[in-house]
Design a protein around this ligand. Structure first.
Ligand code: ZN
Length: 119
C-alpha cells in the first residue's frame, strides 16, 4: 500500500506570506490627518518626521515652513534662528494661526504679570 498519488500541482501552491505584508501607503493624506494633528500622524503612519524638507516660503505671509518628506506633515520654520517651531499640522494657515494665538496669549500674560514669561 503506497500513497503515491501524483499531486505535483499542490506543491506549487505554497502561499507566500510576504505578499500580504504590503502596506496600503497610498493612504489619502489630507483625509487621514486633517484636524487630527501630529499625534495621530505618528500613530497612523509611524512617522517621526525625521526627514524634513528645506524651508518653504508661505505665499500669503512672512512665515516659512518645512514639509516631512515621509508623511507630508508641515511645521513652521524660524529662518532667523534657523530652527523649526510650533506644532505639526497639515494646514500651514492653521499652524500660523496657532502660533499667533500663542504669541498673543504670552503677550497678554506679560502685560498682566511681567516676569512670568514661561514659553
Ligand atoms: Zn513625517
Amino acid at each position: 500500500m503506497k500513497d503515491e498519488q501524483p499531486n505535483s500541482a499542490d506543491q506549487h501552491e505554497n502561499p507566500t506570506p510576504r505578499q500580504r505584508r504590503r502596506i496600503h501607503w497610498a493612504f489619502p493624506l489630507g483625509i487621514a490627518a486633517a484636524g487630527l494633528g501630529a499625534v495621530a500622524t505618528v500613530l497612523l503612519r509611524g512617522c517621526w518626521h525625521r526627514n524634513m524638507s528645506w524651508p518653504i516660503k508661505h505665499e500669503h505671509s512672512e512665515y516659512s515652513y518645512q514639509v516631512c518628506t515621509d508623511c507630508g506633515v508641515k511645521r513652521l520654520f524660524d529662518e532667523k534662528h534657523f530652527r523649526p517651531y510650533g506644532p505639526y499640522g497639515q494646514d500651514v494657515r492653521e499652524l500660523i494661526a496657532e502660533v499667533e494665538r500663542r504669541r498673543e496669549e504670552r503677550m497678554e500674560r506679560l502685560r498682566r504679570d511681567p516676569g512670568t514669561d514661561r514659553t
